[in-house]
Design a protein around this ligand. Structure first.
Ligand code: NAD
Length: 335
């Protein structure tokens, strides 16, 4: 605290205010009822980062710049993830992407990048023991999430038993992915809610979050949610050398994997992928808010490691928001 005393009072106050506001916004956002737009949230976060760049003594572990998600709600049983779930660092422009690649390649040679779509849904964690789905949880604060096992079991895309026709299931598999509501299903759901005189959801992400967080899984079952996997946590009984290899194994086990991911050999090709989907943003049945670029080689990922909130071996390239000012405050949001 003595170090913090050197920071001008005005800066300290603004910092405290931003921390408090961002924590509040996050809490509401992860419950499925945001009170400000993502662009506004990102702008406040950038302001907070700027302050902490100038006054690093303010960058404490409980700052929103250092944390993942938000604490869980107590509406569901808490579940401790086997391995921490993280967030992703962002690049909003080509220079930021190039700076990331430069940092990575300065440290270690990279032979391939995996490019995939950044699905605008909500992160979940599934645990399979000997091929059986035993638990599903939200990301929560990255360490502890909400137990949503019964709700996840209503999603057709999620196998309750792994398919062992190509290869046996491992003793333990913790798999991460994004749950989402396809655009057409979102429109249909909102029309149905309107017919019933109920408030609509502001966007497909909130609809997915609200649908998954139902106390009664029978309600979740009426919402055509889907899922795509994008990572593996704890693992026992199988190994893979590449992120892309893990995806092919997950696919063999019947887990949902996008066929839009690509493995490329250069930053130029990464740019090509980003450019392609900037033009074809609405081709997928779900909403995307960017592209995620990952170092494909797992040994290289391990060497690069992680910060407290995000891996150093991956980055999210975010597309500009399509609607900059959604007056979410004025929308009665269904939860
Ligand atoms: P994020 O959305 O920037 O990215 C990390 C997440 O992306 C991962 O946890 C994962 O679930 C997801 N993801 C989607 N596709 C993926 C893929 N192919 N590979 C890997 N991960 C993939 O991070 P976040 O920590 O969830 O949230 C921060 C963002 O959420 C902010 O930038 C802001 O836009 C938004 N937010 C908005 C509000 C608000 O009030 N509007 C509040 C909090 C956060």
């Amino acid at each position: 605290t003595t170090a913090v005393e050197g920071v001008p009072a005005k800066v300290r106050e603004r910092h405290a205010e931003l921390c408090q506001d961002l924590d509040d916004y996050s809490y509401r956002y992860y419950l499925g009822s945001p009170v400000i737009s993502d662009a506004e949230y990102d702008a406040l976060m950038a302001e907070l980062r700027g302050i902490e760049d100038s006054y690093p003594e303010l960058r404490t572990p409980d700052s929103p710049t250092q944390k993942v998600g938000a604490p869980i709600s107590n509406e569901f049983a808490p579940v401790e993830h086997l391995e921490r779930m993280q967030s992703l660092d962002n690049a909003f422009a080509d220079e930021e992407l190039a700076a990331w690649a430069h940092r990575v390649e300065n440290e270690i040679a990279v032979d391939a990048y995996l490019c995939e779509l950044k699905i605008d849904g909500l992160a979940v964690d599934l645990v399979y023991e000997n091929g059986h789905l035993v638990r599903a949880a939200t990301r929560g604060d990255g360490r502890v999430g909400d137990d949503i096992t019964l709700n996840i079991r209503t999603i057709d895309a999620v196998p309750v038993r792994l398919d062992e026709s190509v290869r046996p299931a491992p003793a333990l598999l913790e798999v991460r992915g994004e749950v989402f509501l396809p655009g057409a299903a979102f429109e249909a759901l909102n029309a149905r809610l309107a017919d019933d005189g109920k408030p609509p959801f502001a966007n497909p992400r909130n609809a997915a979050a609200g649908s998954l967080r139902q106390k009664d899984p029978r309600v979740t079952a009426t919402r055509p949610l889907s899922m795509l996997c994008h990572g593996v946590g704890a693992l026992d009984g199988v190994r893979f050398a590449r992120q892309s290899e893990s995806y092919e194994m997950l696919r063999d086990w019947g887990l949902p994997i996008s066929d839009r991911y690509r493995v490329v050999g250069s930053l130029e090709e990464v740019r090509g992928y980003i450019g392609y989907y900037a033009e074809h943003r609405h081709d997928p049945a779900y909403e995307i808010d960017g592209v995620v670029i990952k170092v494909d080689d797992v040994a290289t990922q391990r060497r690069l490691g992680s910060t407290s909130r995000a891996p150093r071996w991956a980055i999210a390239y975010k597309y500009p928001p399509e609607e900059v000012t959604t007056r979410l405050v004025d929308i009665r949001v269904n939860v």
